[in-house]
Write a protein that binds this ligand. Structure first.
Ligand SMILES: *Cc1c(COP(=O)(O)O)cnc(C)c1O
Length: 470
């Protein structure tokens, strides 16, 4: 596969270059495949839908062609995904795609594990390890730490702001041993990021250590997230007629979004033949993308803190990819876009539980409320010409091309549940009055010792530490 750049279509690189460099530092653009090959009809039209692993292998294949042989790719996929992505019906026209069955209980495991194994593969003939530096405000650190733990040839140092992440998040990223360690920095997330960025531009340090990043803009984190869209949409296409008695319903994927990596992966799956009719881009008060869709003007802004904090992004980096793949008019046809405030989020957790019995986390709850409003009148209103002011939570005023299918009750929704509710136990408890059940793997991490190494917010101290200890 040839990869190009969102800012310069004359750029042509292979998969390894795109993965190892992360982004194109010359243009500031992001890498994107030049083609999204459709899966064969044999797979797409099969009577019994394929397994997650089989789809993962078939979908990854064209993107690594000529660089990772089939046998090695198969081993990588098997090692990445000892877990799957269950599809749970919660009412006759709503499915929840549970993306929290990986080791850190959030969907980022799907992308981070693939990236780690691909990087390890490309590093296999090197004598020196590749040192990954990652600054985190919470969730990315644990997904990356876990994904790279014990992966040969790679070594990870996580920087997090001391006292500024939740106790559970801290346990999830500070309790590794071996090739993954955490530094608790006396400063903010921005300070952590600055230390990492300074290290990457330090020629003297780079002569001593091979450094790399595990950024979410890396194409090797994005591609594998398309696997579960394909899996879920084929599964729902197969079973929905039995669940809701609608023949061949239109499938709408509802995506709680921050950086819009997850939603971009859905677009890739659709291009590869997934039977997805449209998307709902659901955000919290960080409504940069809903505002862009409503007004046509893209305005990045500082992020604001919300209950769904992994979606607190004011300058979503995948806007760059979405706007390279589609015109604004195409986006308005393909997406409904929706935002929800904190009050609505708490209420959605409560309503979802009382109406369906399902316990949803604050991120998934934003998606639940979006889907519920959309199928229960919001699109009807919009069709009748009543527009929701963009300052108010709700739908943006564009009418997606699939609106009538929802209005005529010919559609089902798949809500992407991006984290386990126990990761946000306090918020969920205050909404429904009881604690969600803690999965064993989270419980276990709570009893491990915190091995974080205290670090001054000072580049020279940080640099000497790296040189002495890595
Ligand atoms: C990262 C994250 C999101 C946002 O995903 P994007 O790809 O950044 O849009 C949503 N929910 C959870 C739990 C996350 O960790």
């Amino acid at each position: 596969m040839i990869y190009t750049d969102t800012r310069d279509s004359s750029v042509k690189v292979d998969f390894k270059t795109a993965v190892v460099s992360g982004m194109n530092s010359q243009t500031g653009g992001l890498f994107i495949p030049t083609d999204f090959p459709k899966l064969s009809d044999e797979i797409l039209k099969r009577a019994a839908p394929p397994s997650f692993r089989e789809l993962a292998y078939e979908m990854a294949k064209p993107y690594v062609e000529g660089e990772i042989p089939d046998k090695d790719l198969n081993a990588i996929i098997a090692d990445c995904y000892p877990f799957s992505a269950p599809v749970v019906p919660i009412d006759p026209t709503t499915y929840v795609l549970e993306l929290f069955h990986g080791p850190t209980c959030a969907f980022k495991d799907f992308g981070a594990r693939f990236m780690a194994r691909v990087m390890s593969y490309f590093n296999r003939n090197e004598l020196e390890p590749l040192h990954i530096l990652v600054a985190t405000s919470g969730d990315t650190g644990s997904a990356v730490g876990s994904a790279f733990h014990n992966v040969p040839g790679l070594d990870v140092t996580i920087l997090y702001p001391e006292g500024k992440i939740s106790p559970l998040q801290e346990k999830q990223l500070s309790t590794f041993t071996g090739n993954v360690r955490a530094l608790s920095v006396k400063g903010t997330f921005d300070d952590c990021q600055k230390l990492v960025k300074t290290a990457f531009t330090d020629e003297e340090l780079r002569k001593k250590l091979r450094l790399s990043s595990a950024n979410s803009i890396n194409i090797s984190r994005l591609l594998p997230q398309s696997f579960y869209y394909m899996y879920a949409s084929l599964l729902v296409k197969n079973r929905a007629p039995h669940d809701c008695k609608i023949d061949n319903p239109s499938i709408i994927c509802v995506v709680p979004s921050g950086n819009f990596g997850n939603l971009t992966s859905g677009l890739i799956a659709q291009k590869m033949g997934a039977p997805i009719r449209g998307f709902v881009a659901a955000t919290n008060a960080n409504r940069t993308i809903p505002d862009w869709i409503a007004t046509g003007e893209y305005k990045a802004r500082p992020s604001v803190a919300t209950l769904s904090n992994a979606m607190d992004v004011g300058a979503p980096s995948n806007y760059e990819r979405i706007s390279a793949m589609y015109t604004l008019e195409e986006v308005r046809e393909l997406f409904a876009s929706y935002w929800l405030d904190d009050e609505g989020t708490s209420k959605a957790i409560k309503d979802c539980n009382s109406k369906t019995g399902y316990i949803i986390d604050p991120h998934g709850a934003v998606g639940y409320q979006a889907w519920n409003d959309i199928r229960k009148g919001a699109l009807d209103k919009l069709t009748a010409g009543v527009k929701n002011p963009i300052e108010n939570p709700g739908l943006t005023p564009n009418l997606p091309s699939w609106a009538n299918e929802v209005i005529n009750k010919q559609a089902v929704g798949i809500i992407l549940e991006t984290a386990h509710p126990a990761k946000f136990g306090d918020i969920v408890k205050s909404a429904i009055g009881r604690d969600p059940v803690m999965p064993d793997r989270l419980e276990k991490v709570l009893s491990l010792p915190n091995n974080a190494i205290p670090m001054e917010n000072n580049y020279d101290t940080f640099k000497s530490w790296l040189i002495e200890n890595l």
